[in-house]
Design a protein around this ligand. Structure first.
Ligand code: ADP
Ligand code: PEP
Ligand code: MN
Length: 539
């Protein structure tokens, strides 16, 4: 067996080798290489190019986003009764899992393998050691960017708690392997082994570790959250829940606050901590003016640009070109953002923000939630997508994804909701619902909320400037809308006044209210009447 080590200092290779993961007869192994060496391997293999400013541009082919239908969780005695089985968490039996594990291990033998030993969890009390074994050098760099890099000393005796076997170029055969397609994400939550194949979309790696944390932490009294988090000048912590595309990454990178993390956090009795050591920003149509911190990362050595188009001669990147994907991304170590909390930890949150991108243009841009409303909206997990990118398709589609992250939440949603309710009651955190979606009409008529106004509303809420301002109650959802807000025109605050046709607004709002009600039926037997009634309101 040939062993190729990285640079002198980073070459530390644990004694705990790949044989323990079932990979025998292995070929060259590259352990814990840094960005320079991983760039070189990527370029040498024709898997990426260096763009102007230094970022590494890579394409993912067919899969440019996650593939939820291909994800399965091992059903065995430990998980049998602790998982919320259904359309989201689908079971795979031990036999099928073991066979695909063996197939993946065989596939990986004799190939160049890039191994990264990393941490998930900034808080040493709650972290897990994660090993990512990939056949692809740029995916190894992705893992290195996204997770927390241990010190060289800590690598010496690194024995992983969790392992990802990553085979993006291996295509499964559904009839033979028991997968849904050529793509697979198989998770054994107890042995903490994840098999990923058939997709090159890098986000699967970080989100499968998130799923592991979401399974492990509730039993330790820690609430795992699909949220970003940052800290104000006087130490106050805010967390921002939200589904993909609602603004977690964008809004948490705010020059006036210190970033903790952009996507995955835990809430323990001591405070909030990041699971990751990097960010994964959507960069389609990114404006340098509205998002200067994130824009700067796209012209810099160490950043991976996924499915971003560039000029083959000048290597200038074009963030406005969506021809490879709408979901173009930049992955970078968190310290590429200027104002970052180096420990990845903060105190107990004083403000909880729930982000939604309402393409119906119905929900107010900001409103305060009572504790019962907070539970209702957390369990609902509402956002809306715009129906594809085809011309002429203008009807928004409501999406309800419980806990603002159903694809990553193995346990029953009430497990997470109950913890959130208890933690909020204990700390007295305020809760806000923020619509970063449409205003002045639904998608196709109105337009997306300006980032500048959303930031101004958040700043006012978090700094306590809305506390003494009167509220108007929304007639459909009972939301408490501030009458005015510093740096925001008052007519923006009341969604109905932004529409030219008031009766069209009423009809659209009534329709959305109905969608909330029918979605919530699944939780009615699990919650109190107060919560059940909190999301709807008949004026
Ligand atoms: N008012 C707004 N607030 C937040 N993001 C907005 C707003 N208007 C447009 N956007 C765009 O929406 C996207 C939000 O994506 P992102 O922050 O990556 O979401 P998430 O991290 O929750 O998946 C970005 O492309 C951002 O530029
Ligand atoms: C990386 C992802 O998350 P988000 O869009 O929430 O940043 C994803 O859903 O693949
Ligand atoms: Mn994000």
């Amino acid at each position: 067996m040939e062993e190729i080590l990285g640079t002198e200092k980073l070459s530390t290779r644990s004694a705990f080798g790949l044989g323990t993961h079932g990979i025998v007869n292995s070929g060259p192994q590259y352990w814990n290489l840094g960005a320079e060496a991983l760039y070189e391997a990527t370029v040498r293999q024709g898997l990426g190019v260096v763009t102007k400013g230094g970022a590494l541009a890579c394409e993912t082919g067919k899969y440019t986003g996650r593939s939820p239908n291909d994800k399965f969780i091992l059903e065995e005695p430990n998980t049998k009764d602790s998982i919320w089985w259904g359309k989201v968490n689908k079971p795979v039996d031990q036999d099928r899992f073991d066979r695909l594990h063996a197939m993946t291990a065989v596939y990986l033998q004799n190939r160049d393998l890039y191994v990264q030993d990393l941490y998930a969890g900034a808080d040493p009390a709650h972290r897990i050691k994660v090993r990512v074994v990939s056949e692809s050098p740029w995916h190894a760099l992705f893992a290195r960017n996204m997770f927390i890099r241990p010190s060289v000393e800590d690598l010496a005796d690194f024995v992983p708690d969790a392992t990802i076997l990553h085979a993006p170029y291996m295509n499964a055969v559904p009839e033979r392997d028991g997968t849904n397609s050529e793509c697979f994400v198989f998770c054994d939550l107890n042995q903490r082994l994840v098999l990923i194949g058939g997709t090159q979309y890098a986000g699967e790696i970080k989100k499968s570790v998130f799923s592991l944390m979401n399974y492990i932490l509730p039993e330790k009294g820690v609430l795992p959250m699909h949220c970003s988090a940052n800290i104000g000048a006087n130490g106050d912590v805010a967390v921002f829940f939200g589904l993909s595309g609602t603004g977690k990454t964008t809004l948490s990178a705010d020059g006036s606050r210190t970033l903790i993390g952009d996507d995955e956090h835990g809430w323990s009795d001591n405070g909030v901590f990041n699971f990751e050591g990097g960010c994964y920003a959507k960069v389609i149509n990114l404006s340098q003016e509205a998002e200067p911190e994130i824009f700067a990362t796209t012209r810099r050595f160490g950043t991976i640009l996924e499915n971003v188009v560039y000029d083959p001669y000048t290597r200038e990147v074009d963030l406005f070109d969506g021809s490879l994907a709408e979901n173009t991304r930049a992955s970078y170590p968190i310290d590429f953002i200027p104002n970052v909390e180096p420990t990845g930890m903060g105190g107990l949150p004083q403000n909880i923000v729930m982000l939604t991108a309402d393409a119906f243009g119905v929900l107010p841009p900001i409103s305060e939630l009572t504790p019962e409303q907070a539970m209702y909206h957390f369990l609902s997990g509402y956002t809306a997508r715009v129906a594809g990118t085809e011309r002429g398709v203008t009807e928004p589609q409501a999406t309800f994804s419980t806990c603002f992250g159903a694809p990553f939440m193995p346990r029953h949603p009430t497990v997470y909701a109950k913890m959130l309710g208890e933690k909020m009651a204990k700390t007295g955190a305020r809760c806000w619902l923020v619509n970063t979606g449409w205003s002045g009409g639904q998608y196709g008529v109105g337009k997306r909320m300006s980032i500048q106004y959303t930031r101004a509303m958040l700043r006012a809420a978090i700094e306590g400037k809305l506390a003494s301002i009167g509220r108007v109650q929304d007639p459909n959802f009972g939301l408490l809308i501030p009458e005015n807000c510093p740096d925001v025109p008052s007519d923006v605050l009341q969604p109905k006044t932004t529409w030219s046709d008031g009766s069209a607004y009423d009809a659209t709002a009534h329709n959305l209210r109905g969608l909330f009600q029918s979605n919530f039926k699944q939780f009615e037997s699990e919650v109190s009447d107060d919560i059940k009634q909190a999301g709807i309101y008949a004026a």
